[in-house]
Ligand binder design. Sequence first.
Ligand code: ARG
Length: 704
Amino acid sequence: MTTDISFLMCPPDHYDVDYVINPWMEGNIHKSSRDRAVEQWQKLHLILKEYAIVDLVAPQRGWPDMVFTANAGLVLGQNVVLSRFYHKERQGEEPFFKQWFETKGYTVYQLPQDLPFEGAGDALLDREGRWLWAGYGFRSELDSHPYIAKWLDIEVLSLRLMDERFYHLDTCFCPLTGGYLLYYPPAFDSYSNRLIEMRVPEEKRIPIEEADAVNFACNAVNVNKLVVMNEAGKSLKQRLADAGFKVIQTGLTEFLKAGGAAKCLTLRVTEPMQAEIHANIAVESRIIRLEGHLLDTGLINRALDKIVEAGGSFQVLKFDLGEQRQSTSSAEVKVSAPDHEVMEAILTQLIDLGAVNLPQDERDAKLEAITQAGVAPDDFYVTTIYPTEVRVKGEWLRVQNQRMDGAIALTQTANAIVARCKLLRDLEVGEQVVVDIQGIRTVRKTESREQRNSQEFSFMSAGVSSERRVELVVEQVAWELRQIRDRGGKVVVTAGPVVIHTGGGEHLAQLIREGYVQALLGGNAIAVHDIEQAMMGTSLGVDMKRGVAVRGGHRHHLKVINTIRRCGNIAAAVEQGIFKSGVLYECVRVGVPYSLAGSIRDDGPLPDTQMDLIKAQEDYSRLIAGADMILMLSSMLHSIGVGNMTPAGVKMVCVDINPAVVTKLSDRGSVESVGVVTDVGLFLSMLVQQLDKLTSRYHLAQSL
Ligand code: ARG
């Protein structure tokens, strides 16, 4: 018997499944046999007594789960962090365990009220004593980890549990002597798996299959080279034997009904302190402030969900509920993350929602110099479509050229510092780029309820429209187009060849002719098919009037390309009278700038098609600048490109027959995007009809 190791157990006198607080207990209320439980418990007790000292704590009537002493607390040296149970069903066990620890002379640490932590069920020492693995996600709160690190003076590695069947760390994770680790990887999120792989070399990892996991193979008691567990499959036993472990299986089926097995039934109370090892707290926390119509816009829920989804946890420190209909609410939330990387991921998302630091916590943005042209530092802040500000030398600077997926670069001009969104490839040596997540905020305007309701586009913001609502959208879009034109605003259209195939060409041409469009973005195809139609009456060889394929028609588009190439470019062809109608014809005539971006599958291409894609992106972004509205007509490729370049606040109308495209493009999380699932030709024809109607009404009013 190794006398320097001792365990605490609690006889199952009052054990039963009385309630359901984990998935194993479901359907098992009062289904376990007390006699069999006693027998199984005694067997385990006997086995352990051969290898270690086993102390007992007196069972208490009314606290059936007290047999699971792993949940009494977490012991290291002479210190113990007492459990704070998540469920009230077990909270009554706390004083009995506390008393036992105190009589044995331990120093007992107690966590603040409402900060759950379930002891050695959720905290497992590396068997070499190098660090503590701590679980969170179901029973224990991430925020308990820094306390444990401080009190026990040990490095804590936080692992996030994802599968509710494995609600305690010791149900799916078991560090073994010699640095080995027995565990069930799917029970953890990917961040945690990476952390495990970083700390435990591959040859020491023993990942198990689901079949073993549900038999609680990880819920094993390890004493030196011995591993005691409920049950293990053949290959797992072999794997453990290869690593030099002796496996003893002892049936604990009655306890499985409550969601526990060998390890849960024991608490190792002799865990030697490692003198040279010290705390190293990776868990980070920050306090952020959110303001706005937090409840009625669902902002607070979204923020809290984002924190948890990304692997963090939170505590709402303050919530001031706006009392009047118009008043905004504000909240202060403490965000915790297992390390800085996760914190960055969480805060970037919260920044997008408009979260800011408390005034006293405001700090300047972190900057790093560009040392290689076209390459940003590793943790550069990735920009979004939302208006952004960065804090430099105590001042908040508005970032210019706001767009998605860029970096924020700072340049010093004669009298000021300028912050701009730049693409990676445009970064220059000597510029400073914002890194990390400090000193960055996005500016979200808070509309009052009324404003929100009257926002022309908000009626659609809840989702993608169905056919029934197309008419309504058309009315709204026509109204907007008319207003923008009258005040000298800017509308940009991106269009794919489907516009021509569906007979929308003439309508789009009319919009251009009447001054509703200030720039056209597309590719080679729309121009080729539009001109083919103007020159030959076909689109890809199909007669547009009769809807039938024309003999030899499949070569029409190549003849068109050839003709334009002969003329030099589209504008020259228009001047020479080669074609006299259509979308491109109107652009040339009215002087609406267009940009055709090339692609690998282009025929020709037309001389106007920009095959240098970097130049094409630059042209697009120049033409988009200052747009009030963008109409995206059946071109996923060009529309996505445009979406990435466009800041929030620009109204977007995306029309496509494919709902997936519409969802993708209109789901920018900004109220201004509208999606319409319909035939684009039909949409355009309805749109010009509606505009005509507006015009005639206008004339009528004038003449009265
Ligand atoms: N019924 C108990 C609970 O849900 C089982 C505890 C198992 N203990 C453990 N360390 N995994 O809390």
